[in-house]
Structures are given as C-alpha cells and as structure tokens.
Design a binder for this molecule. Structure first.
Ligand code: FAD
Length: 485
C-alpha cells in the first residue's frame, strides 16, 4: 500500500510524485496511458517561475538543454518582455510537452516512483483511516490519500462530487500534427473566427496545425475530415492534409474546482482548473500546485503536522488559480479580429507599453508574482524567495541549491549562530550565510534586506527576521508542526 496514490501521470502528477518521494513518503502513480510517450506535442513550453521551481530541485538544466529560451510571454497578442525581471530565468522556455513529460518521467524513474500504467481510476471510497481507490478493471488499491491529477475531465473530481463551476466553451479549436501536400502560409492568422496557424515541426515534414472552428465543435474525438473542413472554411483549402499523428480539440471553457480538498482526496493541475491555453500557463499552474501540496501532504502522512495543514493548499492555490483563469479568459477573447475586440486589444497593447502595467501582467504570466496571503509584514512574506548568491563557510552557494532535497531552510544572514531552529532541526535546515547584494522582487522592485528568512519547501517565504526571533516559533509550528523534544 502506498502512502499516496496519484491518479494521472501528466506533468502535475509526476511533479507531485517527485515531491512526495523526496520527502520520504511512498507515492505511486496510476496512469491510464499504457506507454509514457505523449502522443502529440500539446503545450509549447513554460514560463520563468516554472523554470525556477525545476531549478529549486536541481533539474532545470535538463529542460534548458533541450528547449529554446525566448521572450514569449503574451497577453492576448501583445508580447511582454520579461528580460529585466530579477530572476536567473527571465525568459520563456519553448519545449513541447511530449519532451517535458519525457524529461520528468526520467527524473521520477531515477527517484524510484512506481508508475502503474494502463490502469484507470474510476472512483474511490474514503473513511477516517484511508482511501480505497477503485480501478476501471475492477481492481482496488489502498492509500492514506488520493490526489486527482487526472486532467480536465478528472474522474477523481467527479467521484468526489466536487463542483466545477465556471463558464462553458464559446469557441473550439482543432489542433493536429499532419503532413500536407500543398504550400502553407507562414505565421499566425487572426480573423473574426479566431486564431489559426500552421507551423513546420523539427522533422521538416510534420505540420502542427491550429485552427478555430466556425461553430463550437462537439465533445468527441475530432477526425481528419473535420480538420479538413475547418481549414477549408478559413483558408479555402485543406492543404492536402494526410497521415495524421494526432488530432485533438480544445476550447475556451474555464472552470475551477470549488474545493481542492475533500477529506483524504485532493485535486491538482487541470483536474482542479481548466482554461483556454492562451498565455501558456497550464503546466506552470499544475507544477505550482504540486510543489505547494507535496511537502504539506508528506508532513501530514508522517504525522508531523495536523491534517488542517492541507487546507492551506486550497487557501493558497485556489486564489492563485482563479487569478490566472481570469487572465486567460481576457486573453483568449483578444485572439479574434472582430473590430470591437480589435479596438480593445489595441487599447490593452497601448497600456502595456507603460512600464508598470507590463510588469504587472508579465508578473502574473511568468508566475513570478505569486504571493500567498501569510499576513502582513516584509514584502517577501508569502512570495517566492529569490535565488541569491550566498557565501557560506563551505564556499559560494545559490539559495536554490539548498532546496534541491526539498527540505525547508532557515537562512541566517546575520552573525553566524545568532538564530536557532531548536527542536525543528530535523525538519528545517539552518544555514548561516552572508549576502551583500541587493534584494529585488519581480514587479515590486527593491525591498529591504531581512536578517533571516524561513523558506518553505516550495520556495515561498514563511517568515522574515529583523534582529529578533519574534514570530519564528509560531511560523515553524504552523508550517512544520509542533515542537518535539
Ligand atoms: C493546445 C494546447 C496548448 C497548450 N499550451 C500550453 C503551453 O504552452 N504552456 C502550458 O503551460 N500549458 C499549455 N497547455 C496546457 C497544458 O497542456 C495542461 O495544462 C497540462 O497538460 C496539465 O497537466 P496535468 O498533469 O494537470 O494534466 P494532464 O496533462 O491532462 O495529465 C493528466 C493525466 O492523467 C491521465 N488520466 C486521465 N484520467 C485518468 C484516470 N481516470 N485514471 C488514471 N489516469 C488518468 C491522463 O492520461 C494524463 O496522462 C496547452 C494545452 C493545449 C490543449
């Protein structure tokens, strides 16, 4: 019996499994797909904060080695340069989702995460002692907790009877990888129907096609004939499409689970929120859900913290998701060339030339501006800790290196030995270091230098100190459980 069963081995499920494993908890993935390969390219990459999170675990280089660093944070059709943001990764990484998943799969394999492929979670029953996971083939598995990371049509969410309020689709797009016999136009076309484009892939033969359908398409698997029809309606030709590798349909439906937790069952990633892909935030949101939940769930499983800690997962990630969803709704609206919408898009584009407006919106799309409401105090509180270059007795060290093992850090930047982690020493590593550079946060700008910082496992700051330890005990208790002798 695993401690935690994760339904779904997409980016969210794999990241969560890694987080739990690093924390010393047994996590197993149950994945419907028989093979690890994702058919089709799907997402085109992720933004700065996602790269930072991977950097916090020491695996960003694997993705950077294969992807392309580009300035590709968009709001609607307006490109937002993030190169001046104070981060080691002030860019978007262009990398197809099938490669992203392959790299994540390699990592969790190294960590020894069991992945049960070809099995579909159909439902569950839970009581005070655990969860019985019911499989579509009639099998049963048991765990202390179940996480639904099983995508937008989440069976776990449905079985948990969790509401999924939001907005129905108004538009649908077909996305495909096919071959063509005719010349195709370069670039993206935006007209009164929506956004369309054909893009030659790395093999020099396959075309990635995205076309908005004139009428909202049905919720069925699309066919080559439907793709041909949609293309002809826009381009007056279907370009002789043939040999499809992958055809899929996505919409601008936008919904968010009313609660991310129902007892011993939690939701993460697309299972918790769906939205139009405009802006490219889906993978990042799921990865952030996973790193927010992983360490909390691990501590509850180990009995270190009461299970009420799990409620902070919803309290923190639901508002962050809601904000991102609102932006994707606005963005997807602007990917249409209706004259009135065009006027709105032009106005927004004008406004985004204002420095602070650009930073504000780019902060959200890059994921760098996320702040969890941990109360008033230093601007760092609840925000992501910057990856500072520290000097320690053992030499230079980056802050993110300290997070590679997914262990929380109490960083003492004052005189060595001036702060004490006390009975939490087994749960939080105390690091004495010097740092004499500036402190700057994305969107916010320069902030005062704290003398000590408590960094949670997900890289968010839980406490800052300015010469005293006031509030430190409370913060340690809240996040890492009551003190034990
Ligand atoms: C066209 C398009 C472009 C996109 N572009 C971007 C982009 O550029 N950047 C970005 O960040 N995001 C993008 N996205 C969104 C991104 O693809 C998703 O947000 C992301 O895949 C969500 O990851 P996930 O792990 O939560 O869910 P999924 O990737 O959907 O993974 C869920 C997994 O669960 C499995 N599963 C489902 N049901 C069950 C079950 N009952 N039992 C067991 N297993 C099950 C599935 O097989 C799947 O492997 C795009 C999406 C689309 C459609």
């Amino acid at each position: 019996m695993a401690d935690v069963i994760i339904a779904g081995g997409g980016p969210t499920g794999m990241m969560l499994a890694a987080e739990l494993t690093l924390a010393g908890v047994e996590a197993a993935i149950v994945e419907r797909r028989r093979t690890p390969e994702l058919v089709g390219s799907r997402a085109g990459g992720f933004h700065s904060r996602t790269i930072e999170i991977l950097d916090q675990r020491g695996i960003a280089d694997r993705f950077l080695a294969e992807g392309q660093r580009v300035q590709a944070a968009f709001f609607g059709n307006t490109k937002l340069d993030v190169s001046d943001f104070p981060t080691r990764h002030p860019y978007t990484l262009g990398l197809w989702q099938n490669h992203i998943e392959r790299i994540l799969a390699g990592w969790i394999e190294e960590l020894g995460v069991p992945v049960h492929r070809g099995l579909e979670v159909a439902g569950f029953a839970q009581d005070h002692s655990g969860v019985e996971v019911q499989l579509a083939d009639g099998g049963r598995m048991h765990a202390q907790y179940l996480v639904g990371a099983d995508g937008g049509r989440s069976a776990v969410r449905k079985a948990a009877d969790i509401d999924f309020p939001g907005w129905d689709a108004t538009r649908s797009n077909l996305i495909a990888e096919v071959e063509v016999t005719e010349e195709t136009p370069a670039g993206v076309r935006i007209d009164e129907v929506g956004i369309h484009g054909l893009h030659l892939m790395e093999d020099g033969r396959t075309m990635r096609v995205i076309v908005t359908e004139r009428q909202l398409g049905p919720a069925t698997e699309p066919t080559l004939a439907e793709l041909g029809k949609a293309l002809t309606e826009i381009y007056d030709t279907d370009f002789g499409i043939h040999s499809p590798k992958w055809i899929s349909r996505f919409t601008d439906a936008t919904r968010q689970a009313a609660t991310y937790r129902s007892g011993r069952v939690l939701l993460a990633g697309d299972a918790a929120h769906i939205h139009a892909p405009s802006g490219g935030q889906g993978i990042g949101l799921g990865i952030q859900d996973a790193v927010n939940l992983g360490w909390k769930l691990a501590q509850v499983v180990k009995g270190l913290t009461p299970d009420s800690l799990l409620d902070t997962y919803h309290a923190e990630r639901h508002p962050a998701g809601a904000r991102a969803l609102k932006h994707t709704m606005a963005q997807s609206l602007m990917q249409r060339a209706d004259p009135r919408i065009g006027a709105l898009a032009d106005t927004v584009a004008d406004l985004l030339t204002i420095e602070q407006a650009r930073k504000q919106v780019a902060g959200l799309i890059s994921g760098l501006d996320v702040r969890y409401d941990l109360g008033d105090g230093h601007p760092l509180l609840g925000r992501r800790m910057p990856d500072l270059d520290l000097v320690t007795v053992n030499g230079p060290l980056r802050v993110f290196t300290l997070l590679h093992d997914a262990r929380a850090v109490l960083l003492n930047l004052a005189a060595p030995g001036s702060i004490d982690v006390g009975p939490w020493a087994g749960r939080v590593q105390l690091v004495d270091a010097a740092y004499d550079g500036g402190w700057e946060l994305p969107v916010i700008g320069p902030v005062s230098a704290p003398e000590a910082v408590l960094i949670r496992t997900d890289g968010h700051v839980a406490w800052t100190g300015g010469g005293t330890q006031s509030g430190l005990r409370e913060a340690l208790t809240t996040w890492f459980g009551p003190a034990r002798p």
